[in-house]
Design a binder for this molecule. Structure first.
Ligand code: FAD
Length: 416
């Protein structure tokens, strides 16, 4: 479905990227996502699952590496183009878009040493069959929101003892403990960006970021997690039993961990907002198409003024969400790490995910009883939207950190 992008500067390249992504989302992602949604978490990752067809085609087309520079074999897209394409993919499936973006190890390796780039970023970008699958593990069974509240006072609470910890032993670190069942791609990942505590006297701020391959002795995985929505996204625990990694696996140590995590979240959080915009748009478009077809009370639903108002309100929220998320995403992906602004990242993610929930719920309302039926897409979109309010930080706690920043730093001074 064509729509006006409220952007007069789209180039031929931008339009082509968007059209290709939409075709992939429509013809490959959405049909596979609908099938996966009906399967058990075990079936989703079984060898014959269409999930693997999706991964293979997506990697062949390079949709796993959009945001990586060309010099490492990545897509070489501008932040604007990344946002443009990501919205289309998430329109096809929020969960599968997330599944394609779990390899934060490869992304963080870009900011590491030459060895990190050689061992993680480049192989990831060169992978064409989905066999390199990264993961990002930060949350733990007893530590969820608090692990993501960088630059908030509780982050430095020395009473916080994490469940996954690393200690140095000569030229190695030894890692023990576990990460939460929520690790995206957790049970199928081949490598990891692991955030775990090193110096417990600093609370979560005493953490470190490690990058390593998961084929090491002592690593094991839980069963795939069963959940209400984003069922096409595999998630599960990763356990570490005295896992030894070379000290070079450490990318960021306790001295810089809080700043590095904060800067990292400034990039990932608005990306979730961009995806949620695509999901919300899918809900709006489903409801609009349905309202054109359905005749009720002697005329099509779209001729009923209350339905028109509802569809207008949905349209308005999707457009507002896009503008905020794209702006926050482009800003934080363009400026150097120390200039990224967390409150924009959090405003974008919380607004867009709430929009996705509101719009998909309104879509059900517009469609009446049909909207509740599994015969129609919107009930799945609604369940997927529900997960987005918790994914990458519960909206309540993101708002706490956002509020802490806004009340201290607003208005931020522009650099001259
Ligand atoms: C789709 C999806 C993908 C995910 N992917 C990953 C991943 O790749 N890697 C990973 O490590 N994790 C991942 N997560 C986990 C996610 O980051 C956590 O679920 C989220 O941070 C919330 O943590 P929790 O579930 O432990 O809830 P809790 O932290 O227990 O929070 C429960 C409720 O209490 C509120 N709350 C918590 N602390 C406070 C406070 N200090 N003040 C006020 N209210 C508070 C929260 O806002 C929330 O409403 C994913 C989750 C989802 C849903």
């Amino acid at each position: 479905m064509e729509y006006f992008d409220l952007n007069m500067n789209l180039t031929e390249d931008d339009l082509a990227l968007k059209a290709h992504a939409n075709k992939f989302a429509r013809e490959v992602m959405r049909p596979i996502s609908i099938k996966l949604d009906q399967m058990t978490p075990e079936e989703v990752i079984a060898p014959e699952s269409p999930f693997w067809d999706f991964m293979k085609i997506a990697y062949e087309k390079g949709y796993h590496k959009l945001q990586f520079p060309e010099v490492f074999g990545g897509g070489g897209l501008s932040p604007f183009q990344v946002a443009l394409v990501m919205e289309e993919l998430a329109w096809g499936s929020f969960g599968l878009t997330l599944a394609l973006n779990t390899s934060l190890d490869a992304a963080v390796a870009m900011g590491g040493t030459e060895e990190h780039i050689k061992n993680f970023t480049i192989p990831y970008c060169q992978c064409k069959d989905g066999s390199y699958r990264g993961s990002w593990a930060i949350t733990e069974p007893d530590h969820g929101s608090d692990t993501l509240m960088a630059n908030y006072p509780s982050f430095r609470d020395p009473n916080i003892k994490a469940q996954c910890r690393a200690r140095q032993d000569g030229n190695e670190y030894v890692i023990s403990g576990q990460k939460a069942a929520w690790v995206s791609g957790g049970t199928i990942a081949t490598s990891i960006l692991l955030m775990c505590q090193i110096d417990s006297s600093k609370g979560h701020a005493g953490g470190g970021m490690f990058i390593f391959s998961l084929d090491r002795p002592g690593v094991s995985k839980g069963k795939p997690w069963n959940k209400i929505g984003s069922r096409d996204l595999n998630q599960g625990e990763i356990f570490f039993d005295e896992v030894r990694v070379p000290k070079e696996a450490l990318v960021v140590g306790p001295e810089n961990y809080e700043a590095a995590l904060g800067a990292h979240l400034c990039m990932t959080t608005p990306m979730v907002g961009v995806w949620a915009t695509g999901l919300a748009r899918a809900g709006f478009e489903e409801a609009l198409s349905f309202a054109k077809e359905r005749v009720q009370g002697g005329k099509p639903l779209i001729d009923h003024p209350t339905i028109q108002v509802k569809l207008f309100n949905m349209f308005q929220k999707v457009e507002a969400s896009r503008q905020l998320c794209r702006a926050a995403f482009i800003y934080n992906w363009t400026v150097p790490a120390e200039k990224r602004i967390p409150e924009y990242a959090m405003a974008a993610k919380t607004f867009a995910t709430q929009t996705a929930l509101d719009v998909t719920s309104d879509a059900i309302q517009v469609m009446g009883g049909n909207g509740l039926s599994k015969e129609y897409l919107v009930e799945k979109l609604f369940r997927d939207a529900r997960t987005s309010l918790i994914c990458d930080g519960a909206n309540d706690t993101l708002s706490l950190v956002g509020g802490y920043n806004v009340t201290r730093y607003y208005p931020r001074k522009a650099d001259v």
